[in-house]
Each structure stands twice: as C-alpha cells, then as structure tokens.
Write a protein that binds this ligand. Structure first.
Ligand SMILES: *Cc1c(COP(=O)(O)O)cnc(C)c1O
Length: 434
C-alpha cells in the first residue's frame, strides 16, 4: 500500500517513508490511500494458519514492495514471538489477552514491529539514529524493549521523576546497552516538551539524527491489526457476528481494528470503551469534538483528553459522524464502576481482569442492554493485572500470578540520568553523549 497524510491528500509516500518520517510534513498522520484486501479464501481458512503466518500475510499487504518477503518474514516472526490467546468467559464473552509480550502490555506488538522495521530500513545507512520517547509508563518500556540491543539505534527515554509506579520505573531503568533512561525533575508534559524542543533544535539536528517512536507512527498500528484476525481465528462459532470492545485512550488500538475490518475481517461493530476521559462518546453523541485536559483514573494508560488517532478515524469515515456511529459504539465509565467490575468478573468467571480490560467488559454490558443480539463479544485485555497491584482487593491480589520476568526486573538495579527541569541540560546531555 501507499500512504497519504490525513491533512494533505496529495502527499503520497511509500511504507518506508511513512515509517521513517513518523508524522507527515504537514503535521497529519499517515493512512493507506486505499486498503488492499486479504484473500477471501485465506480468511475462510484462517484456522489453518498460525498467528505468525497470518501476521505475515497482513504485513505483506501494508508494506507492499518496500521489503522483500523473506526479510519481512524475519521481521514479523521476530516481532510477533509471543501469543495472544483468547480466554473464554462464557459462550458470548471472551477476553483477548494481549499482555504476553516482554513488558506485559499490548504496546509490545506495536513497539517491536516498529523497532524491527526501523532497524531494517536503517541498517544500510551509515549513521546512528537516536530515538527520543517521553513516557508516563507503558510506552517507554515497550519501546525500550523493542529496540534493545539493535545496532545503529540509541533510545533515550524521558520520564517524570517520582511520577511513574515502582514497577514501571524498574521496567524503564534496568535495561543497558543502547537504552538510557533520563529522569526529569518535572512532569510528563515537561518530558514531552523536551522531545518537541529537541526536534526543533538546530544544534541537535546538525549533530544527530533524531526520530520518534510514539503511537502516531503507522508501524505501531499495523501489527495491532494482526491480533484482531488471530482473535477471529480462535472464535469457535463464526456464524455469530463478532464485536470487539477496545479499552481506548489515544485510539490507536481501535484504529488498528478498523484497518483489520478494511482489509476484510468480518466485524459487526467496535465498542470504544473509555474511562472518565470521555471526549469520544461525547463526540459521537453531539457530533462536535471538543478536547479536554486529561483526568487521572485507575486505567491510567487511557487518560487522554485529545486522542491523537481521532484524525485517522475521522479521515477513514470521510469526517461523517453518522458513518462512525454505524461502526463504533462508545461509552464512558467511572473508577467506581471499574472497581466493581473487577470484583464482578472475578466472582462470576474466576478471571482477574486489569482496570483497562474492566472498562472493556463494562462497555460490553452496556452495549448488550440496547442490543439484545447473539454475538461473539471479544474484549481486548491490554495489560497484565500484575502491573496494577494497587487497585485490587487483597483477595484478588493474592490470586495474581506475578510473572517471573517482572519479578526479575524488580530485583535489578535502577540506572538513570537525573536532570533538572531545564531543556538546556537535556540538550547538552545529548550533545555530549554522541
Ligand atoms: C496505551 C494503553 C491503552 C490505550 O490504547 P490506545 O491505543 O492509546 O487507545 C489501553 N490500555 C493499556 C494498558 C495501554 O497501555
């Protein structure tokens, strides 16, 4: 496929450029000009293919001629090297576990695929690229793990000192080699500002090649469409319509679902499940979008007041809110409801769902109230509950099986470069580092 910007329909770029540029020159986000479809027979026979085989077929559609198939196979098989099992709660409801990657959140899919494609595209260039990522938690560790040990690419993570959880901080600061964690005595917004300023800084631009790995990059979304197909493959009764409930913040995950639908996955409906940050359901209700400052919730990875991928969703539906409503239902839930839902899912199904996934199961219930149909409801479970120990009751906490790899990480020594809230200090650090 070829890609265009959501702002300027005339700038057409290859997959390679879309990945390396990240964001279009006009500030828009890249989208395929048109979606090629997967072969119908492939979808009909999807159960006979492995997750990796299916992923490769989809990746081929998006990357076109930019990567020869043997190389693409290496990239995909290397990036998607962990499963996404569908856990059945009852005949109608299942949970797609997207947390079996190295950092225990679904962001591993996007970060690993972006890392491997970037490495591939940059390997013949005789220069080093430095990736800057501001993080408030999950993104940074997924990106760091994805790029860990790659030649030619350094990763600098910026995180706000004292404002990420203990587990998250350990995940950010215990990698060595090409990963450095910079601990800023400021807020997440300060970290993000440093990254923006660095991209605009002439002295830095002259000295080094900077790049970004945040979720506006199309290479983070493409691999997320893989698991929608793999979920479909695992559904037993495919005669019933399929409805995905997606706990959403920046709406990258939901956009990837729309990609899957556009290339041929039979999806009846998407449910955009959100916490108190409710700009999207408000938008569907009123037809007018208004961004809001984000508010802090228990499902903190979804605390977004101005979702970056809304530009893509609007563009995919030709800016027609009615067309969006036909495909996406959305609803917001409070922290109180989320906590009750965690308990209820545990009691009813003996399943421990994390606060993000709980917003997803709540939204299914809400949808079922108004649609009394028989469907396959698939809730995307975006993170492992062990990452959010503080929110659970003692009974549930003691039942959580803490992954070995997380335990190991907690025992490692933290290594960070602590800097004051001053861009010039960060800039000098970068200049001296290279
Ligand atoms: C990032 C994240 C989300 C939100 O995903 P978007 O693609 O930004 O909508 C949900 N849950 C978890 C655990 C996350 O890390």
């Amino acid at each position: 496929m070829k890609f265009k910007s959501t702002n300027n329909k005339s700038e057409i770029v290859s997959f390679r450029s879309a990945v390396l540029q990240g964001i279009a020159d006009d500030g828009g986000l890249f989208l395929p000009i048109e979606f090629n479809k997967l072969d119908e027979d492939f979808i009909k026979n999807i159960t006979s293919y492995s997750f990796q085989e299916t992923s490769l077929e989809i990746a081929k559609l998006f990357s076109g001629d930019d990567i020869p198939e043997t190389d693409l196979k290496n990239i995909v098989y290397d990036a998607i090297n962990f499963p996404a099992p569908l856990a059945k709660l009852n005949d109608e409801l299942s949970v797609l576990e997207l947390f079996h990657g190295p950092t225990f959140a679904f962001k591993d899919f996007g970060a690993r695929f972006l890392a491997k494609t970037s490495e591939y595209f940059l390997k013949n260039e005789n220069k080093k690229t430095t990736i800057l990522v501001a993080t408030s938690g999950d993104t940074g560790s997924a990106v760091a793990n994805g790029f860990y040990g790659l030649d030619n690419i350094d990763v600098v993570l910026l995180y706000p000192s004292g404002k990420v959880s203990n587990i998250q901080e350990k995940q950010l600061t215990t990698l060595d080699k090409n990963i450095t964690a910079v601990e800023v005595e400021g807020t997440f917004d300060d970290c993000q500002r440093f990254v923006k300023q660095a991209f605009a800084d002439e002295a830095l631009k002259k000295k080094m090649t900077l790049s970004s790995a945040n979720s506006i990059n199309i290479a983070r979304l493409i691999p997320q469409s893989f698991y929608y197909f793999n979920a479909y493959a695992q559904i037993q009764d495919k005669s019933k319509p399929v409805i995905f409930s997606v706990p959403s913040g920046n709406f990258g995950n939901l956009t990837a679902g729309l990609f899957a639908k556009n290339i041929g996955l039979p999806v009846e409906k998407f449910i955009a499940a959100v916490n108190a940050n409710d700009v999207f359901p408000k938008y569907l209700d009123s037809g007018e979008f208004t961004a809001k400052p984000s508010v802090k919730t228990l499902s903190n990875a979804m605390d977004v007041g101005n979702p970056s991928n809304l530009a893509r969703i609007n563009s995919l539906f030709m800016n027609n809110v009615n067309s969006i409503r036909d495909v996406i239902f959305s609803k917001s839930f409070s922290d109180k409801q989320t906590l009750e839902e965690i308990e209820s899912v545990y009691k009813k199904y003996n399943y421990i769902i994390d606060p993000h996934g709980a917003v997803g199961t709540l939204a299914v219930k809400e949808y079922q109230k108004v649609n009394n149909d028989k469907s396959n409801y698939v809730v995307l479970e975006t993170a492992h509950p062990a990452k959010f120990l503080d929110v659970f009751s003692d009974e549930i906490k003691s039942a959580i099986v803490f992954p070995e790899k997380l335990k190991e990480c907690l025992q490692k020594e933290k290594r960070s470069v602590k800097i004051p809230n001053d861009f010039n200090v960060f800039k000098n650090y970068l200049l001296e580092k290279n």
